[in-house]
Design a protein around this ligand. Structure first.
Ligand SMILES: [Zn+2]
Length: 215
């Protein structure tokens, strides 16, 4: 099973990707994870990607494609994969189609998780993380026991740069301009499953499973 997950940053794609990974026993190809791995290892590609991300800008196509290509040819992708956060633009989608055609492994479905902007801004702005152990919290969904302190290690919680309202708005603008045309692109291939992303994780999961015909 080869899937592409589409949806604005903060629409909850990552959570659904985790579920699909277990369901089909296939890896999730998240450019975010590939970037983070390269950044933590301080590779040349990682350094380049970080400079763009720090400014709230998208990493250029050529750089993204290079990273993805090396990832999907690894052994664990032989039964399929889920793309999360890639492709983000029409040129990336075309590059992905060309790559997969060469490997004779076309995309099966494109899952489009739809959530209104205001709801995404609200979700993201309420999020905090522990800089020490990585635990995450949310002002309405997952409240820490002592305000501003990590339940697990007691460290002061912080708001990630990526979660600040201004950064989120900037990313949503970029998303609407560059990524929404992808929905039309994949509708042209008759592969899109539209999913209402408003509601609990379980509700959205049930919608995804139903759309995929899984009971
Ligand atoms: Zn902690």
């Amino acid at each position: 099973m080869r899937l592409v997950l589409l949806g604005a940053p903060g629409a909850g794609k990552g959570t659904q990707a985790e579920m699909l990974t277990k369901l089909y026993n296939i890896p999730c190809i998240s450019t975010g994870n590939i970037f983070r791995e390269h950044i933590s290892k301080n590779t040349d590609l990682g350094k380049q990607a970080k400079a763009f991300m720090d400014e709230g800008k998208l990493v250029p196509d050529s750089l993204v494609i290079e990273l993805v290509k090396s990832r999907i040819t690894q052994e664990d992708c032989k039964n399929g994969m889920i793309f999360d956060g890639f492709p983000r633009t029409i040129p990336q989608a075309e590059a992905l189609d060309a790559m997969l055609k060469e490997l004779s492994i076309p995309i099966d479905y494109v899952i489009n998780v739809d959530v209104p902007d205001e709801m995404i801004i609200d979700r993201m702005a309420g999020r905090t993380v522990c800089p020490s152990c990585g635990a995450s919290y949310h002002k309405t969904n997952k409240i820490e026991k002592v305000a501003g302190k990590c339940d697990l290690c007691g460290k002061d919680l912080i708001q990630r740069e990526d979660d600040k309202a201004e950064t989120v708005k900037k990313r949503l603008d970029v998303y609407h301009a560059q990524t929404e045309p992808l929905i039309a692109y994949y509708k042209g291939q008759d592969k899109v499953l539209d999913i209402d992303g408003v509601g609990s994780v379980d509700q959205v999961r049930a919608r995804v499973m139903k759309a995929l015909g899984v009971n």
